[in-house]
Design a binder for this molecule. Structure first.
Ligand code: IPE
Ligand code: IPE
Ligand code: MG
Length: 257
């Protein structure tokens, strides 16, 4: 009987030159994963944290420069208090356990979102680890926490308006770069690939500006089951996309000018 291929086969087949520079992931399906096994939702979040570890490690190994993970949305504040508390506890545990590895592997931690809404202890821990990893030059791990794309754009508009009102920024100088400079993701490349797990086909207020030309990859796999092999599948699919940016296929292939 044919045995299944070793786990890293797909990863090894990846063309390193065709990897996304910035990968963003909507990590969805923790609750349904747990429910399908008759367990509490929190168990799904716990197992999902393990997927986060695997995906961060694999991206670092592959040389992906930026990874943004949707960990908690502005809208998620509407969940039951006990679930929110469990998520915050898990986040704290994750940050503590990954601190050393991030430092050793040159991973810079960043956070995007209304961080001021997070519990004080979580905020302090985040601040500390962002400072500890500030010198990381190989990869940025950007955690979207209490994040909403519309809220981010409103915030950017407000900051631009304040600079304009103060006479620092003439309105005619407000261009794409100026707006981008006021986003949480300032300095990161545009998102090349957006992955959403769990079969949902929506963006849920994630990185609305940054995904303007992203390739989308949807999978039915629940986040706790999304490990190395699943990531490799998504990256392989991405490598086979033709990104046209408005041009014709012939132009992109260099057949005509
Ligand atoms: C994603 O899993 C994690 C967060 C949104 C924090 P869900 O908790 O949304 O899982 P489902 O969608 O209910 O299965
Ligand atoms: C999006 O997932 C937010 C995160 C993954 C953190 P949700 O499960 O909250 O999204 P909706 O509500 O189903 O759109
Ligand atoms: Mg969900």
């Amino acid at each position: 009987m044919a045995s299944s291929p070793p786990e890293n086969t797909l990863l090894n087949r990846l063309d390193r030159s065709a990897l996304p520079r910035h990968l963003a992931v909507i990590m969805d399906g923790n609750g349904r994963w747990a429910k399908s096994k008759g367990w509490r939702r929190v168990r799904g979040h716990e197992e999902g944290a393990e997927s986060v570890r695997v995906v961060v490690r694999t991206c670092r190994k592959l040389g992906i420069r930026a990874l943004t993970l949707y960990a908690f949305s502005e809208e998620n504040w509407a969940r039951p208090k006990a679930e929110i508390e469990a998520l915050m506890r898990l986040l704290g545990r994750f940050l503590k356990s990954e601190r050393q590895e991030m430092m050793d592997r040159g991973i810079r931690l960043m956070a995007s979102g209304s961080i001021e809404r997070l519990p004080k202890g979580t905020r302090q821990l985040l601040g500390q680890i962002m400072a500890d990893t500030a010198g990381g030059e190989h990869m940025v791990l950007n955690l979207a926490l209490s994040y909403g794309g519309r809220q981010e754009l409103v915030r950017a508009a407000r900051r631009l308006a304040a600079r304009a009102a103060a006479g620092e920024l003439p309105p005619e100088q407000i261009d794409e770069a100026a707006l981008e400079g006021e986003l949480y993701t300032k300095g990161l490349p545009q998102v090349d690939l957006l992955i959403r797990t769990s079969g949902e086909l929506r963006v849920s207020n994630f990185l609305l500006w940054q995904i303007a030309y992203a390739e989308f990859y949807f999978t039915d796999t629940y986040w706790p089951d999304f490990r190395e092999e699943e990531l490799a599948k998504a990256l392989l699919a991405y490598a086979n996309r033709e990104r046209r940016f408005g041009q014709t296929g012939e132009q992109v292939k260099g057949e005509i000018d």
